[in-house]
Write a protein that binds this ligand. Structure first.
Ligand SMILES: Nc1ncnc2c1ncn2[C@@H]1O[C@H](COP(=O)(O)OP(=O)(O)O)[C@@H](O)[C@H]1O
Ligand SMILES: [Mg+2]
Length: 267
């Protein structure tokens, strides 16, 4: 199977991008896939949720820096960590990522840096590579991730104004991919923090399904305290929820992971 690279992105903070990256990544592992998660956010929540402690070894910013400056060695494994708990590999982010924009901007083809890195043979050992993007659209790191990706997964929080972020995200993606026919390049819209007791949640899901049909993942991710606990680093139960059959959030993410596997099988 060929490697599928997916960006998880939208220009809205706190909608569940990082929670989605972690859970879908761990879900894909449970489904037997080899997975690499890449933390592109300088807040490095994903790295921390994967129990990363700064270890003095190179992280994503060094990988980018070495590519731009032409000093990259062929040993990509130096950048990769493994999470025993989640069964996935990952490349962590650290605070240096904040300074990466000037470095990216200095590259003659500044949108292509991640493509040059992640289309190398080393990364073809993975079935899925997921980019956890920072909350931004007009951002060099995000445009790099989008250009490099086969697909874009858009988490949509089931609340008022949920729609606002979608048109600019799709426009940006179309511009970067230089195509009007963007549907084949979408993994889909995943409704997060869904509360079936509110009409607002149902309206968001219904309107999305009306606009985008099958591009909407069939199970919305419920809004539950268990999700908040799972990303609380002081909580011993921090980590993905897909590992627990009793977790409704986890089971919704596992269903989304299954849909991604089915999408790839159908292609
Ligand atoms: N399904 C959910 N139910 C309740 N809280 C959630 C859910 N998904 C995520 N959260 C919480 O929302 C906050 C923001 O999630 P996060 O994944 O960091 O969003 P983003 O990466 O888009 O900023 C976190 O505290 C997280 O625990
Ligand atoms: Mg995040």
């Amino acid at each position: 199977m060929k490697t599928t690279i997916i960006s998880i992105a939208i220009e809205k903070g706190g909608v569940g991008k990082t929670t989605t990256t972690l859970n879908i990544g761990a879900g894909l592992h449970l489904l037997g896939k080899k997975v690499l998660l890449v933390d592109l956010d300088q807040q490095s929540h994903l790295s921390r949720w994967l129990e990363y402690e700064p270890d003095g070894k190179p992280a994503i910013s060094e990988l980018i820096y070495q590519e731009v400056s032409g000093i990259r060695s062929n040993d990509n494994s130096a950048f990769v960590r493994h999470s025993d708990r989640e069964g996935v590999d990952f490349i962590p982010a650290n605070k240096m990522l904040g300074g990466i924009y000037a470095i990216l901007g200095a590259d003659g083809q500044s949108n292509t840096v991640l493509s040059r890195i992640f289309h190398q043979e080393f990364f073809q050992q993975y079935d899925f590579i997921l980019f956890d993007c920072p909350t931004a659209v007009d951002n060099l790191l995000v445009s790099n991730a989008l250009l490099c990706s086969d697909k874009l997964l858009i988490p949509v929080q089931a609340e008022k104004f949920a729609y606002e972020g979608i048109p600019p995200m799709l426009q940006r993606y179309m511009a970067i991919k230089q195509t009007q026919d963007i549907a084949p390049l979408l993994a889909g819209f995943l409704v997060t923090m869904y509360n079936g007791r509110t009409t607002m949640s149902k309206d968001v899901l219904g309107a999305l399904q009306e606009s985008y049909g099958k591009l909407v993942f069939s199970e919305p991710v419920p809004m539950l305290q268990e999700a908040r606990n799972s990303t609380d680093e002081d909580n011993r139960q921090c980590g993905s929820l897909v590992r627990y059959g009793s977790s409704r959030v986890g089971q919704a993410y596992l269903a989304a992971a299954r849909e991604l596997v089915d999408q790839e099988a159908a292609q």
